[in-house]
Design a protein around this ligand. Structure first.
Ligand code: PMP
Length: 296
């Protein structure tokens, strides 16, 4: 690692950004039209929660980032400890208390050919977002969702910039005044457009196994390994079909920026008794506790 991180010489600014080893502001970042992220979506990204001015579960996000880079055959030109420091500096300098850090790495800048151009360097972009209050409302009051066909590729485990099917699905949900769209391959529930899905039946938590057809969400992982066990709730990773989902007592979806969002209606059908259930509430409370404790 020959490059070093430039010192920060800026006052606290929410719009602070880091691009290719320079700190600047978002509106000053200059990205070439020949960035492969721009014309091919040839890159990967991560979004890490900022809670009370600190990154939450950053090491989990960085593990997933390096896996995404490996699967996309993008060279890792920056070390995890450097990225950790950059996250901390950006959060501190932005003054943002509750939000998220967006990190994007594209393969690099070169004239447009499909195969990998030789000798290009990945472009690294980072900035901080504040929480969207709408998500806190959804977590408190519950959400309605629709179901759609999953038309994505076979490597949804990679957090790639190619998100067109997710974008189209999210827009379809918005047009139906719903908060999320659950994607199905045939009869099988996969995940939301930007979230993983859980259901409760007989007091047990069910979620689809994380293979290469869904993103292994960090929130999902934390619920399975930490939150549910500490609530005494059993989790089973198993494929879920439409019939099984229709019998759910409770359903919720999870993501870094939204946390745990209770689902009250799926395609206008009421889930359970139409209220936020006790398992979802217990998990929300414990997850909030875990965030307050902090996690590296
Ligand atoms: N699935 C998809 C397709 C997503 O975009 C996201 C959001 N990153 C998730 C699941 C949830 O993952 P995480 O809990 O790591 O935010």
């Amino acid at each position: 690692m020959e490059q070093t991180v430039a010192p920060v010489e800026m006052k606290k600014r929410k719009d602070i950004a880091f691009y290719n080893y320079e700190y600047t502001t978002l509106d000053q970042v200059k990205i070439s039209p020949l960035d492969r992220g721009y014309y091919f979506g040839d890159g990967v990204y991560e979004v890490t929660k900022v809670h009370n001015g600190k990154c939450f579960a950053l090491s989990y996000h960085l593990d997933r980032l390096y896996r995404s880079l490996r699967l996309m055959k993008i060279p890792a030109t920056i070390a995890p400890d450097e990225l950790t420091e950059l996250h901390d500096v950006l959060v501190e300098e932005s003054g943002v208390q509750n939000g998220s850090v967006y990190l994007q790495i594209t393969r690099g800048t070169a004239p447009r050919v499909h195969d990998f151009p030789e000798g290009i360097t990945p472009n690294i972009l980072m900035y901080v977002n504040e929480d969207n209050p709408h998500k806190a409302e959804l977590a408190k009051n519950g959400a309605h969702v629709i179901t759609i066909d999953d038309i994505r590729w076979q490597h949804c485990d990679v957090k790639s910039l190619n998100l067109i099917p997710n974008v189209l699905g999210a827009e379809k949900a918005r047009q139906k005044k719903c908060a999320e769209a659950f994607q199905f391959r045939g009869d099988e529930l996969m995940e939301g457009t930007s979230s993983n899905v859980f259901m409760v039946r007989d007091g047990i938590l069910w979620t689809r196994p994380a293979d290469d057809l869904i993103l292994k969400g960090i929130t999902r992982q934390l619920i399975i390994t930490k939150v549910a066990p500490s609530c005494g709730i059993t989790v089973i990773e198993r494929k879920i079909d439409r019939e099984y989902l229709a019998k759910a007592e409770e359903v919720f979806y999870t993501s870094t920026t939204a946390g745990i969002i209770p689902v009250l209606k799926i395609d206008k059908e009421t889930v359970g008794d139409g209220t936020i259930g006790p398992v979802t509430k217990a998990l929300q409370e414990r997850y909030a506790g875990l965030m307050a404790e902090g996690l590296p």
